[in-house]
Write a protein that binds this ligand. Structure first.
Ligand code: F0G
Length: 461
C-alpha cells in the first residue's frame, strides 16, 4: 500500500470549538495582535509548538496509574532511569521538570563567565541559560543551511571546519560543545551520523566534552535511516544508541520525543559533574529520584521514549510533515526546504514581499493566518530575534523572517493538515492585501511573548 495512514485509532477526543472570523478579529484587537495572548479554546488548529502538546497513548495513560509518588526511591524513577539508560546509555540520569531546567543546571555546573559554547544552532532557552552565567553561545550551522530553498539531506549539521578553528584557537575556555538533534533553530533539519562522529572526534582530540541537545533524537534517527548510506533498515533504537555513544552527556525535553506533556532530563558520564548537578537539582527541582516531576510523569516518559522509536509512528509523522510542505509549495508558499522533522517554516519575507522589514512580515502572516482560519503559528523572525536599542530606538532585524507551523505529535489528522493547506492557498491568492504590523509596546527581553502590536496603515497604491 502506498497510503501512509496514522498508525493509531482514536479512543478519546477533545472537541474543537469552531470560532468565527469576527470573533477572532475581536480577540486579535484585545490581544494586541500577540498570538501568545489568544485564549487556546478560540484556536481551531494550534501549531504554536510541538512541545508538550501531543497525545499520549493508552499504554502511557496505563503506565501513569502505576506512578509511585514516593519522595525518595520511587520505583517509577527506576523504570524511567532504566529506559533512559537503555536508549541513551549514559551513566547518570537526572530528571528535570523540562528541558530548560536541565540546561540551567548544566550551565550552572559546567560554565563560567567568559566561556564559549558552540552548537549547530542554540535553541533560545539554551542560549539564554548560557548567557545568564556570563558565557557566550556561538552558532556554527553548516554552509548548506544558509540557502533556505536548497535541498540538502542534512542541513542541520554543525560546520566542522568552523568548530575545528574555534577549538584550536578559542577566544575563551570551551567547557562543552553541543549539537542539537534535530536542529530546531535551523528549521528542524537533521544532523547526519557522519557529522556527529566527526564533531565527537574533534572534541575528544581537544579534550572537550561533547553533548547532544536530544529533544527530537528519534526524528533525527529516522532521517539518518532514510537518508544516510549504510543505515537503511537499521532499527531506530540502534541508530539512537550509536548517536548517544558518541556523546558524553545530553539535555532532553521529554515534551518532544519523550511523547509526554511535561518532563525532561540531564545525562552525563562524569561522576563529579553529576554529583554537583544533583546538589543543584535538590535546591530547585527536587530530590534526584523525581526532579520536579510526579512519579506518573516519569512513567509516561519511560513508555513514550520507546514509542517515539516505533518506525510506523516515525514514518507517519515524517510523511505528514512532508505532505504539508509539498502542498504548501504547490500552492505557491515559499518554505524552508526540505521539510523538517517536526515543523514547516514558511519564508514570510518572500511570501509577503510587499512588506518592509519594519512591518514584520512573519508577525503579519501569523496574525492573518489566525484571523482567516483560526490557525495559530509562531513568528521566528525579527519579533523574536530582533532588538530595539532602548536609547536610540534603532532596530536590529533578524537574518530571516519565518513562520513556524509546528505539528503536535499524534494530535491532528490528515484533514486538519488539508485545512491548513487550504487556508494558505486562500491567503496566497490575496497575499498582497495582508497588512503589515508595527510594535506598540515591548519589554527589553524575550519581547515576542508579551509585546503589543498594531496593524500598519495600508501603503498608498
Ligand atoms: N532545546 C530545543 C532544541 C528545543 O526545541 C526546546 C524547546 C528546548 C531545548 C527547551 O525545552 O521547552 O522543555 O524547556 N522547544 C519548544 C519549541 C518550546 O516550541 O520549539 P523545554
Amino acid at each position: 500500500m502506498r497510503t501512509i495512514i496514522e498508525p493509531f485509532r482514536i479512543k478519546s477526543v477533545e472537541p474543537i470549538r469552531m470560532s468565527n472570523r469576527d470573533e477572532r478579529s475581536m480577540l486579535l484587537e484585545a490581544a494586541g495582535f500577540n498570538l501568545f495572548r489568544i485564549p487556546a479554546d478560540a484556536i481551531i488548529v494550534d501549531l504554536l509548538t510541538d512541545s508538550g502538546t501531543g497525545a499520549m497513548s493508552a499504554a502511557q495513560w496505563g503506565a501513569m496509574m502505576q506512578g509511585d509518588e514516593s519522595y525518595a526511591g520511587s520505583p517509577s524513577f527506576r523504570r524511567f532511569e532504566a529506559a533512559v539508560r537503555d536508549i541513551f546509555g549514559f551513566r547518570h540520569v537526572i530528571p528535570t521538570h523540562q528541558g530548560r531546567a536541565a540546561e540551567r543546571i548544566l550551565a550552572a555546573t559546567m560554565l563560567r563567565p567568559g566561556d564559549v559554547v558552540p552548537n549547530n544552532t542554540h535553541f533560545d532557552t539554551t542560549r539564554a541559560n548560557i548567557e545568564a552565567v556570563g558565557a557566550t553561545a556561538v552558532d556554527l550551522p553548516c554552509a548548506e543551511s544558509r540557502d533556505l530553498s536548497a535541498f540538502h539531506p542534512f542541513k542541520g549539521n554543525i560546520d566542522l571546519a568552523a568548530l575545528e578553528r574555534l577549538l584550536a584557537d578559542p577566544p575563551g575556555r570551551i567547557p562543552v560543545v553541543f549539537v542539537t538533534v534535530t536542529n530546531n533553530g535551523g528549521g528542524g533539519q537533521p544532523v547526519s551520523m557522519a557529522n556527529l562522529e566527526a564533531a565527537s572526534a574533534l572534541c575528544r582530540r581537544h579534550g572537550v566534552p561533547f553533548y547532544l541537545d536530544a529533544c527530537r533524537f528519534a526524528e533525527n534517527a529516522f532521517f539518518i535511516r532514510q537518508r544516510e548510506p549504510g543505515f537503511e533498515g537499521v532499527p531506530l533504537l540502534e541508530i539512537a544508541r550509536r548517536m548517544f555513544a558518541l556523546a558524553d552527556g545530553c539535555t532532553m525535553s521529554a515534551k518532544k520525543d519523550g511523547m509526554a506533556n511535561i518532563g525532561g532530563f540531564l545525562c552525563t558520564n562524569d561522576d563529579e559533574v553529576a554529583r554537583h548537578e544533583e546538589e543543584l537539582l535538590i535546591l530547585t527541582e527536587g530530590f534526584p529520584t523525581y526532579g520536579g516531576l510526579a512519579g506518573r510523569d516519569l512513567e509516561a516518559i519511560a513508555v513514550g521514549l520507546y514509542e517515539a522509536l516505533d518506525p510506523a509512528y516515525q514514518e507517519y509523522r515524517h510523511a505528514s510533515v512532508q505532505y504539508l510542505g509539498e502542498h504548501l509549495t504547490a500552492v505557491g508558499v515559499p518554505i524552508l526546504q526540505p521539510p523538517g522533522g517536526h515543523a514547516i517554516y514558511v519564508d514570510a519575507a518572500a511570501f509577503l514581499d510587499h512588506l518592509p522589514r519594519h512591518h514584520y512580515p512573519g508577525q503579519a502572516l501569523s496574525v492573518e493566518l489566525f484571523r482567516h482560519a483560526g490557525i495559530r503559528s509562531v513568528e521566528i523572525g525579527s519579533v523574536m530575534f530582533g532588538r530595539r536599542d532602548p536609547a536610540s530606538g534603532a532596530e536590529a532585524f533578524a537574518e530571516r523572517e519565518l513562520v513556524r507551523l509546528a505539528i503536535p505529535r499524534r494530535t491532528y489528522t490528515q484533514s486538519h493538515i488539508d485545512y491548513v493547506i487550504e487556508a494558505f492557498a486562500e491567503l496566497a491568492a490575496a497575499r498582497r492585501r495582508i497588512p503589515g504590523i508595527t510594535i506598540v509596546e515591548q519589554p527589553l527581553a524575550l519581547r515576542h511573548f508579551s509585546a503589543s502590536f498594531a496593524l500598519a496603515p495600508p501603503r498608498p497604491a
